[in-house]
Write a protein that binds this ligand. Sequence first.
Ligand SMILES: [Zn+2]
Length: 445
Amino acid sequence: MGGAHKRGNRKGRRHLPAVLAVLAVLMVTAACAVNPVTHQSQLSLMSEQQEIATGQKLYPLYTQMSYGLFQDPDLQAYVKRIGQRLAAVSHRPQVPYDFNVVNSSDLNAYALPGGKISITRGLVAKMQNEAQLAAVLGHEIGHVAALHPTSSYTRQVLGGLFTSVGSLVLQTAGVPGGDLISQAGLLATNLTLMKYSRDQEREADELGMEYMVRAGYNPAGFVQSMAILMDERDREPSQLESFFSSHPLTTERVAAANRRLERYGTQLRTPQALRRETFRRKTAYLRQVEPAYELMDQAKEALGNKRTGEALHLLRQATSRAPREALLWVYRAVAEDLEDHEGQALSAARKAVRLYPDLYHARYVAGVITFKAEAHRESLEHLQAADRLVPDQPSVTFYQGRNWEAMGQRDRAARAYYAVLKKVQKGPMAQYCYRRLVQWGYIRR
Ligand SMILES: [Zn+2]
């Protein structure tokens, strides 16, 4: 009991400086800003410059965490155009907004500080027209315009973000040799960023619909997008978990949106202003590959329940239906590896990297599989790329060390193992590093 108590104290002390540093940052930067929507002054946790810098830093990381970009440049450009059109008529047009479609199957959309906004492939796949897409982007722009991501309500979440960037982004307990799938956030990543209040949600809904109308969309698209989310919540609650935890959607919100709709005249309430045709054309490829991603999602579930044979079967089908999708090859490589098909695992991992060299998950999985195949130079190349995409992940550093160890470069391996131990103190990966460092005389037992 005494031991546990002491450990608790030590841990508390170790975390104290970090906590103080964060508080200091928050205190220095907390200032009054004039809310561009209400024109009232409110407490803001950072200057606009800091807000933009934070968003710029987090955007690429969160894009990776959401399984990278959906690889359709034409669709990406289309979504950016719609987003910019809405941002231009918002209360904060001067923010350097950006918009992308990330490859997560979850139904989600999120805004980072500084106007960096992402929507998932899963959500776009459920939509039928451009007005629905504009509604979701408009809602997120509404949060940015009304300074919600930097308001005091989100203080704790943002404080956490500052400390966790780059260190806990894809937290894993990494297991040497085994269980590739539970590493690198391959099974699930929790993307809850912001937790907005009911009032903030209501305000974002109001602004979102207003921006849609200003940009010439049929505001009925707003209510339609809410209906899609409500329907899916009943059918597939797990894929909406992160969405609802940051944007709680209630029947009240839907009713309020319906009432708001009545305020707008009939001029825009036309089928043309829903812009269905362009949307269908621009999302044709996405809808074509979506069934393959549904197979991937089933395979992920099977992998989570250790039914690897079934998962492999599904992933082989998925990759043959949509052979250009890197993420499908990533999972196929993992399943082939679990079934001990070394050659197949290698070629699937290399294919994933060829299709999307800047996808963290592809680089990480390729790094591990080529390490196992003793292709150490190639493995180090993949792991270095993974480290560039999402810095300082302990499991990446660990496999870099394993390669150097296998190549007889003990000093470099020891440095890597030491870096791993600074981040992870428990589990097989930490044990491996510790054992080696003791064995080689770098640390005394
Ligand atoms: Zn929201």
